[in-house]
Every structure is written in C-alpha cells, then in structure tokens.
Design a protein around this ligand. Structure first.
Ligand SMILES: Cc1ncc(COP(=O)(O)O)c(C=O)c1O
Length: 454
C-alpha cells in the first residue's frame, strides 16, 4: 500500500542540516541529501514521498524483527502508562527484573548476574571496568591492561576505542587512548591459499597464547567479538578460536570478555554466537537487538564468582563504581522483555534457517565475479568483498568510495544497503522474505557492477 505522509510530518519545509549526524562528513550531504524517513513497516522504511526501502542493515543492526513490531510496541505502550522511569540506585522495577531473569535464562550458565547500561559502548566500558576493578579487589593492582583483537571494534567511547582497532580512530584519538595489547585476528580473509578457516583460526590462537604467556601478569582480560568482526568489514572466523581463547584465558587466569553486541540475539544463527563454540565467557556484553530496535539498552552478564568479589561492607570500597542516569529504564526493559518473548514463543531461529539458506544461495553468483575477493556468511550475515584486482589481491583505495556507489544505486531501487568500505553486506531483519532476499541480491549485483567501473 502506498504510504501517505500525514500533514504534520511534511519535511519539505524542514532544515535537515540542523543536526550533526554520527559517523558522517556533513559536507557530503551537499551531494547526497539525507533520507527523510517517516515510517517503518516490517522490513521496510518509508520516506517522506512514500518511497519504500528494504532495510538490509536492520538500521545499524538493531531492528532484528524489522520496524514497528506490534508485540514490542504494545509492551512499550503498556509500560508508558505504568512507570516511565525510576532511579536505579535504591529502587528497582518489574520490567528490569523480568528482563534480567530472561537474560540469565537464555545465556549459558554460569552467567547469572546482570548489570544494565544504555548503549553498546557503555556496556563495553562496564565490562572493562568490572574486570579491572575485580583484579583490584583481588589484590592484584598490577593487572591494568587488556588484550584485544586486531581489526576489532567495540564502540566509540574512550575505553571502547582503546580496545578497538580502527585505523582512522587510532590516528585521530590515539593520544587519548589507553595502551592495549593487540592479538592477531583469526579473520579468515587473511588465511593462506588452501588453508581452512579452522587451521587459520588455530594458528592465530597460538599467537594469542604467546601474548598471554608474556603478559598475563599485567592483563585483566581479553575482549573480542565472537565469530564475526562486524564493523571490521564483516570479517569472520572459526569457532575453534573461541575454544582456544577460553582454554588459554583459563590457563593464564585472565578474564574472557565476549562482545555479543552485534552478533547476539540470533544474528549468527544461534541465539548467541558463543553457543557455536560451546564456550562461556566471564563477561558477555549485549545490546542492539535487545529491544528489537525500539529503545537504547545494553547489559553485561557475568558470573556469581565475579559478583562475589565486589560484595562486601560499604567501607571496603569494593562495590562496583559505575552508574548511568537511565540505568534499568523500565520502558526499555519492557521492550527487552517483549523481544525475548518473541524468541520464546515463536520459532525465530528455526525460521531463520530458511533465510540463511536463501542468502547462501543468492550469494553464489558473486563468487566468480572478477571484482569480488570473497563471499562469506555466518548465519544472518552475508558479506561480499569488492576488490580492484582479484589475482593480486589489490583492494580499491578507500578514498574512491566504491561502496557509496552501491548505496546510491540501492536507494534508487528501494533498498538501504550501506557497505562498510569495500564490503557490501546484508544483515536484514528476520522478517525479510525469500523474495526480498532475491531482490536485494539483484540490487547488490547491479550496484557492484556500477561500483567497480572506472
Ligand atoms: C561489536 C560492537 N560493540 C560495540 C558497539 C557499540 O555499540 P553502540 O553503538 O550502541 O555504542 C558496536 C556498534 O556497532 C558493535 O558492533
């Protein structure tokens, strides 16, 4: 059905540039106007002219059930009438408790304590600080550093950037960041010809062990995204790396911190990525999909033994030192409860298997394209990496902005596909249909052919 813009939503008179947008060179919008979105309906976003776009990136990977999902919307409406917010020190609230109980149920044991934050970066800060303070409380103040993976991304606050490895941010903010030990990534893209994902991940795990052997005495924890380095160009690796990481972190008595912010809640095919390795971290950060894209919320799960290291008399100063004004917001938590109920009550992961298979099938035609270096998939993430010269593995210079050509083409065809550098990817809502995946693939194919032309 065509969408009619309500009169009070007419954008033609509005100055869109009053806002400074994130991760955006605002000058670019002289050339590429901002897209005024007025409505979301399932897998579609609708602009002010009534044009519809398949949201192929789940709006920065949060709208896992698409837009306007009725169950989540209804839960929010109900909560708004009951209690919008209450201070989370000294008071608690029902949706926050209910969501924490559900998170404990759906994550692997022994993760049974939940600390809330309000965005992914804040959850990463919480996990880092909790790990750091744990060692202080244990009388090991010499443990002050973290190990992280090359090519990793954990958000954009100062602590999260310090454990990230995005060159652009490091160049700009380097002097502000704390010093992190970087372990080589198990990213399968870099494996030798003929080497399997498994073998390469195993090989890279040996480098991790060496770093731990050398530095464990000064290290609090090792942080990584399980299975897919999402903002790191959707680079993927084998679950064996997670098993080895657990083994080595145990051996050297260092915390293992999983950032499941992007990969959690079904994105990799299982509810959490760590399930595919049958590995349980000491801290697990979740966010993004947790409210189905309705409201900002995050949580860090940890175990009883870590919780107990903070549990003492007030005067011992062992209590965890961290708070956010909106911690445990009841409306956001009610959205979280409704989102988790969808996983409980509907065969979401089972249904996704057909979508995963369809994504695999449509990706096949890209394999032999002369400007495609790699086609990779983990669950509901499909990535197609463009390359200038396949034989010599010469990438396109990022300044050429090949990805934006794909983006522009896709918009004209009714899809929001937003490549990461030279990587076209699909990370669609779980309500996408097989026909829509087919359409996306055709749009991506045409966009790729436009993008690689000189
Ligand atoms: C793996 C990962 N960690 C952390 C973050 C930061 O989350 P937020 O943008 O909500 O701060 C992101 C965001 O993309 C992410 O992908």
């Amino acid at each position: 059905m065509p969408y009619t813009v309500p009169p009070n939503r007419d954008w033609s008179e509005r100055d869109l540039s009053v806002i400074w947008h994130p991760c955006t060179q605002m000058k670019e919008h002289e050339q590429y106007p901002l897209l005024p979105i007025v409505k979301g309906e399932g897998v579609y976003l609708v602009d002010d002219k009534g044009r519809r776009y398949i949201d192929a990136v789940s709006s920065w990977w949060v709208n896992i059930f698409g837009h306007g999902r009725s169950e989540i919307r209804a839960a929010i409406k109900q909560q708004v009438d009951q209690l919008e917010h209450v201070i989370f020190a000294g008071c608690s609230n029902i949706p926050a408790i209910e969501l924490a109980e559900k998170l404990v149920q759906v994550t692997p044991a022994p993760l049974n304590r939940v600390f809330y934050a309000d965005c992914g970066s804040a959850a990463v800060e919480v996990a880092l600080k909790m790990s750091f303070q744990y060692w202080q409380n244990q009388g090991q103040p010499q443990r002050r550093r973290f190990i992280a993976l090359q090519n990793g991304y954990h958000g954009e606050t100062v602590g999260a950037l310090s454990v990230g490895d995005v060159a652009l941010y490091k160049e700009t903010f380097g002097p502000l960041l704390f010093d992190t030990i970087m372990a080589p990534s198990p990213d399968s893209f870099n494996r030798e010809a003929g080497e399997s994902w498994y073998d390469y991940s195993l090989r890279q795990a040996q480098a991790l062990e060496q770093l731990l052997a050398q530095h464990a005495h000064e290290v609090c924890g090792f942080i990584l995204e399980p299975l897919v380095q999402c903002a790191g160009n959707m680079r993927m690796y084998h679950p064996i790396y997670l098993q080895k990481a657990r083994e080595y972190c145990d051996r050297y008595n260092v915390h293992l911190i999983f950032d499941e912010i992007a990969v959690g809640f079904g994105r990799t095919g299982t509810l959490f990525a760590c399930e595919q390795a049958q590995v349980v971290p000491d801290f697990m950060c979740v966010s993004k999909g947790i409210t189905g894209g309705f409201l900002p919320l995050a949580a860090v799960l940890t175990s009883e033994s870590i919780y107990q290291a903070f549990y003492d008399e007030y005067a011992s100063l062992k209590g965890f030192l961290h708070s956010h004004s909106y911690t445990g917001n009841p409306i956001a938590c009610a959205a979280g409860v409704a989102t988790l109920k969808l996983f409980e009550e509907q065969p979401v992961l089972q249904n996704n298997q057909a979508l995963i298979a369809k994504m695999r099938q449509v990706s096949e035609r890209f394999l032999d394209h002369p400007n495609v270096a790699d086609v990779r998939q983990t669950g509901m993430i499909l990535a197609i990496e463009m390359i200038k010269d396949k034989a010599n593995k010469t990438p396109f210079d990022w300044r050429e902005r090949r990805g934006i050509r794909v983006y522009q083409h896709a918009l004209t065809q009714g899809a929001l596909l937003r490549p990461l550098g030279n990587v076209i990817y699909f990370m669609p809502p779980y309500v996408i249909t097989e026909d829509e995946i087919e359409r996306l693939a055709q749009i991506a194919w045409d966009g790729l052919n436009i993008a690689v032309k000189d």
